[in-house]
Design a protein around this ligand. Structure first.
Ligand code: PRP
Length: 208
């Protein structure tokens, strides 16, 4: 494992906030990741490196110790095994919810529902906990279309403002989980690089 401290960030909408949070605790990349095709960045601190990854991959890099720390949405973490890392801090960024949604004017539904989602594990766990049998249909985007076209009866998806649901004639129905960006830490890094990681967690905790 590298002697550097490697922090994996999630690219996309939340990256700006993640970078500001790091800047607040004195860690800044030498190049703007939002204007570069590079994936790994040196920082103003000799011992800290930043990686910019797809959200779903952050936990995998941290699990395997390639990154020591990561910033990842809870929605993604709920789909991950959760093995090999701790989740010490809620960074409070990217707040939204995972919800069940359906048509505003929903017809009578059969007892066994078809649920379209990209959050298949979360959806399965949610319905299993209630003893409800459902068929899960995996989609990768545009979930809102599924009830409209009859592909599925309901969806399990991220709701932030609710505008996407509304624009497609859907309404939020049941809250499954509150989502925000969490700090995750590789379990063995936490032991081998304890002092540096602890001070980072403490500093981020004060800002978050
Ligand atoms: C998410 C989600 C909804 C939308 C909800 O998609 O899948 O479509 O945001 O936001 P709203 O409640 O504010 O309208 P996102 O833009 O992250 O794209 P993706 O599903 O392709 O990742």
């Amino acid at each position: 494992m590298s002697a550097k401290l490697v922090i994996a960030l999630t690219k996309g909408r939340v990256l700006t906030d993640e970078l500001s949070l790091l800047a607040q605790i004195g860690v800044e990349p030498n190049e703007d990741p939002q204007k570069s095709r590079k994936l790994v960045f040196e920082t103003n601190r000799d011992d800290v490196e930043i990686m910019v990854l797809r959200g779903a991959d952050v936990a995998t890099y941290v699990e395997h110790g390639i990154a020591d720390l990561g910033m990842s949405g809870k929605d993604v973490l709920l789909e991950h095994s959760g093995v090999g890392f701790y989740e010490p801090l809620d960074l409070g960024l990217g707040r939204c919810q995972i919800m069940v949604a359906g048509l505003k004017n929903e017809p009578e539904l059969p007892s066994r529902l078809r649920i379209a989602t990209k959050f298949t594990k979360t959806a399965k766990r949610y319905y299993a906990a209630q003893g409800i049998q459902v068929d899960i249909i995996k989609l990768y985007g545009a979930m809102e279309l599924a009830p409209v076209t009859g592909l599925a009866h309901r969806i399990v998806d991220i709701v932030e403002t609710g505008n996407t649901l509304k624009a497609n004639g859907l309404v939020p129905m049941e809250l499954i989980a509150d989502v925000s960006t969490r700090l995750i830490v590789n379990e063995s890094s936490f032991k081998t690089k304890y002092d540096r990681i602890k001070s980072l967690i403490d500093a981020l905790g004060k800002e978050a």
